[in-house]
Ligand binder design. Structure first.
Ligand code: DC
Length: 233
């Protein structure tokens, strides 16, 4: 019923590894909306910086990263087998390479660089111009689309989030420990909330979804009720 109605912007913000992308992707598929994973864009810039000498031994050279931005062209292409878009940098598919622990360890620092945010926020605003998008990130409801019709703020217990990320990475064959992942989750929470520019914070008009003890189906049921209330207004 709702797909014949007006299209809106759904902002899904929140902590890392709390299932934002899985949830946002499922919502988008259900509504026939475009799903945009903005974390993947910050990860793609981080990967490019790692591969082009702007990050050495885990030290991020902010000026060098900013200096690379003009040569980084990010594009998305829908991949039907995933039911979501894959991300490309200068035409190269980087979807698999951006989810490593090396990228995760540097991405908070890269995403705190003002020039990086300026460039990616402008791209995100352009991608959502025609509405009908579910955008997942940290600052979508506060900075990218403060006028989004529906804002969700997702959270879950850090230990639950670390376990989920650990299961995901080990299933892909990556050699990681649960301790290392939990440390990374907590460090990223702190870094994302304390950075000077666009820190992670709940928009005043966001609805909180704590999914520590919810299944994906329960989250979807909850979401459809909330969405219908908003779209019927
Ligand atoms: O969602 P994710 O874990 O893939 O995001 C990777 C990093 O990018 C995360 O540490 C914070 C940053 N990020 C951001 O600063 N703003 C966004 N809109 C999305 C992600």
């Amino acid at each position: 019923m709702s797909d014949t109605k007006r299209k809106i912007i759904i902002a899904v913000d929140g902590f890392s590894s709390c299932g934002k992308s899985t949830f946002a992707k499922a919502i988008a598929a259900r509504l026939g909306y475009i799903f945009i994973d903005t974390g993947a864009m910050y990860r793609a810039v981080t990967l490019y910086a790692l591969e082009h000498g702007a990050i050495r031994s885990g030290i991020v050279d902010e000026e060098a990263v900013a200096g690379l931005l003009d040569e980084v062209a990010i594009t998305f292409r829908f991949n039907p087998s995933r039911g979501a878009s894959d991300i490309y940098v200068n035409g190269d598919l980087v979807e698999g390479k951006i989810r490593t622990i090396e990228v995760s360890n540097c991405v908070s620092q890269v995403s705190a660089i003002p020039d990086v945010r300026r460039k990616l926020v402008a791209m995100q605003q352009e991608m959502g111009r025609r509405r009908g998008v579910v955008m997942d990130g940290r600052d979508i409801g506060t900075v990218v689309f403060p006028d989004a019709e529906l804002k969700l703020f997702m959270t879950a217990d850090p230990a639950v989030r670390a376990r989920r990320r650990y299961d995901e990475l080990t299933a892909k064959g990556q050699q990681v420990t649960l301790d290392e992942i939990e440390r990374n989750v907590r460090e990223r929470d702190a870094a994302d909330m304390s950075r000077a520019i666009s820190p992670l914070r709940q928009a005043d008009d966001a609805i909180v979804l704590d999914n520590s003890r919810m299944t994906v189906d329960e989250q979807m049921e909850w979401f459809m009720r909330t969405f219908t209330e908003i779209i019927d207004k």
